[in-house]
Design a binder for this molecule. Structure first.
Ligand code: ADP
Ligand code: TRP
Length: 329
């Protein structure tokens, strides 16, 4: 049996890129009978950027509601808020004290983020942002995870995790930690945003399929297209609307829309309406469930609390092994 673990930042409401690039593949992976998945909301990591408790809470709820709405099975798997198993912060400290500062300084995610944030205000490039990889290592090591599905940008964090785990095992001459492996899916698609760049919260070019119909329609209508006149044939392969449609539609639907593009007398407005229709249809059930959880937060939180109790059951013995080895028990 493999234990799969991954963290999802609570930095905003999940968009179509998150759904197709992370949530759906994660749920698919969790369905393999011999796998056990630990998926958590990395709400402590989000404190490096989000300081407002209300905003963070809203994001946590939306992320959790999206996973449940899209069918994540919380009975078979373990789903929890990182902050509610606060043991992870204790482990992060132990790891910090073994991780060479010189190696942490090589973290490119810190460099990228601090370059981007530099000068915004004096706490934007904070020490938490620097220590971020050791909290992430603690997330992984605390649960004896074997496989960690992440994007390419997180690969170095996984290398740090393996490095510090081996260092501690070696130091105490004991197999305290399971050495995890990254699972990086190179084939995963990049979902384009309404402006054709990668869909991202930071570019404000996203489509939020959980929005009410009217604002969702507004987002779909804002997809950038060229100025080919309605009557003229159009090239589906250079069009954002077609690209998004192709990610959601089946082969027959894709072939039909391709023909309409090439046939002329088919405008981008028509294509956008078909895309909207497909989204509403494909996500009808998920949209209903998302609204249900967002309107029944006590039930959502109950599901998370059950996960947190399960997670703590795994975390405590692992942490005790570390405490014992280091002389804190
Ligand atoms: P954002 O860029 O909106 O801030 P995150 O960096 O929080 O998104 O990404 C969360 C997860 O969703 C990651 O696993 C990431 O790889 C995936 N993801 C985000 N945007 C896309 C996209 N446009 N296409 C495919 N996957 C994406
Ligand atoms: N750093 C990850 C990201 O930005 C989120 C994360 C936090 C994570 N802890 C983790 C991912 C542990 C995998 C395992 O996407």
């Amino acid at each position: 049996m493999a234990r799969i673990l991954t963290g999802i930042q609570s930095s905003g409401r999940p968009h179509l890129g998150n759904i197709l690039g992370a949530i759906q593949p994660g749920i698919d992976l969790s369905k393999t009978p011999e796998n056990e998945s630990f998926f958590f909301i990395a709400d402590l990591h989000s404190l490096t950027s989000i300081k407002d408790p209300k905003v963070r809470e809203e994001n946590v709820n939306a992320v959790a509601a999206a996973w449940l709405a899209l069918g994540f099975d919380t009975e078979k798997n373990t789903f929890y808020r990182q902050s509610r198993v606060a043991e992870v912060t204790e482990l992060a400290w132990y790891l910090n004290c073994f991780m060479p500062y010189s190696r942490m300084q090589l973290a490119h995610s810190f460099k990228d983020k601090s370059d981007a944030l530099g000068g915004e205000n004096d706490e934007s490039v904070n020490t938490g942002l620097f220590a971020y990889p050791m909290l992430m290592a603690a997330d992984i090591l605390l649960y004896d995870a074997n496989l960690v599905p992440v994007g390419k940008d997180q690969q170095q964090h996984l290398e740090f995790t393996r490095f510090v785990a081996k260092k501690i095992n070696h130091h105490y001459q004991e197999e305290i930690f399971v050495i995890p492996q990254a699972k990086i899916d190179q084939a995963l698609m990049t979902v384009p945003g309404t402006d054709g760049r990668k869909m991202s919260k930071s570019y404000n070019n996203y489509i939020d399929v959980f929005l009410a119909k009217k604002p969702l329609k507004k987002q779909v209508m804002s997809i950038v297209t060229d100025t080919t006149p309605l009557a003229d044939p159009k090239d589906p392969d250079t069009c954002n609307v077609f690209a998004l449609y192709s990610l959601l539609a089946d082969d027959t639907q894709i072939a039909e829309m391709r023909k309409k593009y090439q046939g002329g007398n088919y405008g981008y407005g028509h294509a956008k309406n078909e895309l909207l229709g497909l989204m509403l249809d494909k996500y009808a059930d998920a949209r209903e469930k998302f609204d249900y959880y967002m309107n029944n937060l006590p039930e959502l939180h109950k599901r998370l609390e059950e996960g947190e109790a399960k997670a703590r059951g795994i975390a405590t013995p692992v942490l005790n092994k570390v405490r014992k080895a280091m002389g804190y028990l």
